[in-house]
Design a protein around this ligand. Structure first.
Ligand SMILES: Cc1cc2nc3c(=O)[nH]c(=O)nc-3n(C[C@H](O)[C@H](O)[C@H](O)COP(=O)(O)OP(=O)(O)OC[C@H]3O[C@@H](n4cnc5c(N)ncnc54)[C@H](O)[C@@H]3O)c2cc1C
Length: 326
């Protein structure tokens, strides 16, 4: 029998949807291991009913710890205490940058094995085995834990949300001490990332950016071009850049993002991986800019431009502006 502890991130009275997926996955796996899934919420004045609502996703018990929410180190302290007290065998996170940070801190604290970017987990012989894509997602590695505690950090959206639980979870307060370094950082502000409110699925023109943009600021080139088109144009992104934190998940196109079919899909610095293609292949016109003439995206583009996007995008923006002004 092994119990699983799942971290549940919450913001403005709602549980993060990746966390709901992680709780659902934890409940499924715990049942296969003959144990229970418990969730942990950290925050100031966490509402009792919010905590209890995780019962619907399969959590049997929810630990509520009073402390700053949204910062990694206080959660590491709280989860470290919960695991020491409760003897949990596994901890699961739904993914996202905060999950990575907490999971890594917890692994260091407990001397635990950690698997990141996990896309699937299964129970076998009373243990969990995590699957993680490697080598540019061309192969899958399987991870078994040798440590006393195993930490699983999912990829964003890797775990499906399932309301298979029965009723409300029991809620328990967890008292823990903040380590000195955990109180050094304070939350200044929390808010939406740029682009998060854009209606990608309804846009007629999408200017999509990939890793070829080089850095987060590279997206300004895409935003300028979308701005020049005006009207119903928006900026989209690949998973690689969303995972790197360059652009919000709301703009991700593909297997684990959105499926779109605009009149024009302009792909800049995007290789054209199958997981991206499935989200945009129905676009009426696909134009790709890539410096590698062998990039797979050219195989399904209507127009391919081989060259450096840093030179081409600004020129294209000027040309669109000039055309609009004439
Ligand atoms: C289970 C699973 C689900 C996934 N889901 C998604 C998904 O939903 N969406 C998604 O997008 N991906 C998804 N992926 C990831 C996918 O496999 C690719 O890793 C990803 O799409 C690659 O993103 P990219 O094209 O931005 O980066 P890369 O593959 O690194 O390509 C960058 C491209 O930019 C070009 N380039 C570099 N510099 C320049 C320049 N200066 N000018 C012009 N071109 C340049 C390069 O030649 C290259 O072709 C998933 C993977 C897995 C395993």
């Amino acid at each position: 029998m092994a119990n699983i502890l799942v971290y549940a991130l919450h913001y403005e009275g709602a549980i993060n949807k990746n966390s709901l997926g992680a709780v659902s996955e934890g409940a499924k796996l715990a049942a296969q291991l003959g144990g229970e899934a418990h969730a942990i919420l950290v925050g100031q004045g966490v509402p009792q009913d919010l905590a209890a609502s995780l019962g619907a996703y399969g959590a049997k018990k929810v630990l509520v710890a009073e402390g700053p929410e949204g910062l990694a180190q206080p959660v590491v302290d709280a989860m470290g205490k919960a695991i020491a007290d409760g003897g949990y065998k596994y901890a699961i996170f739904g993914g996202g940058l905060l999950g990575f940070e907490i999971g890594a801190g917890l692994a260091a604290r407990l001397g635990a094995g950690v698997a990141m970017e996990v896309t699937a987990v299964r129970a076998e012989g009373g243990e969990l085995i995590a699957e993680r894509p490697i080598l540019g997602d061309s192969a899958i590695s399987e991870i078994k834990y040798r440590s006393e505690v195993g930490i699983v950090i999912g990829r964003l959206n890797a775990f499906d949300i399932a309301q298979n639980g029965s009723g409300e979870a029991a809620v328990e307060q967890l008292s823990f001490e903040l380590s000195p370094h955990a109180s050094q950082a304070t939350m200044v502000t929390r808010g939406e990332q740029r682009g998060a409110d854009v209606d990608i699925e309804g846009a007629d023109i999408l200017v999509a950016g990939g890793r070829g943009l080089g850095k987060a600021e590279g997206f300004e080139l895409c935003e300028q071009l979308a701005g020049a088109f005006g009207g119903n144009a928006a900026v989209a992104a690949t998973r690689a850049v969303v995972d790197a934190g360059w652009y919000p998940y709301a703009a991700q196109i593909g297997q684990t993002g959105k499926t779109v079919a605009p009149k024009l899909y302009l792909a800049a610095g995007i290789s054209g991986a199958i997981q991206h293609k499935v989200g945009m292949q129905a676009s009426e016109n696909i134009v790709a800019i890539n410096k590698d003439s062998n990039a797979p995206i050219f195989e399904f583009s209507d127009l391919g431009i081989v060259g450096d996007l840093n030179k081409i995008l600004p020129k294209l923006t000027e040309a669109v502006k000039a055309k609009k002004a004439s």
